[in-house]
Design a protein. Structure first.
Length: 136
């Protein structure tokens, strides 16, 4: 149950055989993302459990979930962009149904991220799911 934006990333990854090319692609995804306004980088939007500084700002309008985010680490910004492609635009009630681990495994991210980065991704997914659950 992936969004078209996420499927596009999956397709891009199919053409990128080398992990370093995939890593660069993730970073480019993050660079292409609009930075989060500094006014939104507050304790309430900060994600704990990440090695880097991470902020997620969810917005739910008309039952549709989306979020913006930022990080002080390029690869983490890229991972935020990947998660945005996975979740943004979904009905809020559908967010919890996404098997993020399985979807991210399609990109081969599981075996190439450090334990700290993997924990950070899980913390971001947990925050996304918590917000959706609170607003469903």
């Amino acid at each position: 149950m992936a969004t078209p934006a996420f499927e596009e990333i999956v397709e891009d990854f199919e053409f990128l055989v080398d992990w370093e090319d995939r890593y660069r692609h993730v970073i480019e995804q993050g660079k292409a993302m609009e930075p989060l306004d500094d006014a939104l980088k507050v304790p309430a939007t900060k994600v704990h459990g990440c090695a880097s500084q991470v902020w997620l700002h969810p917005v739910i309008e008309d039952g549709v979930f989306r979020f913006d985010g930022d990080s002080d680490a390029l690869i983490v910004r890229g991972l935020i962009a990947v998660l945005r492609s996975l979740y943004n635009g979904l009905p809020v009630a559908e967010v919890e149904k996404v098997d993020a681990a399985a979807e991210l495994a399609r990109l081969g991210l599981n075996e190439h991220l450090s334990a700290q980065r993997s924990n950070g991704v899980r913390a971001m997914i947990d925050r996304i799911r918590d917000v959706a659950r609170e607003n469903a």
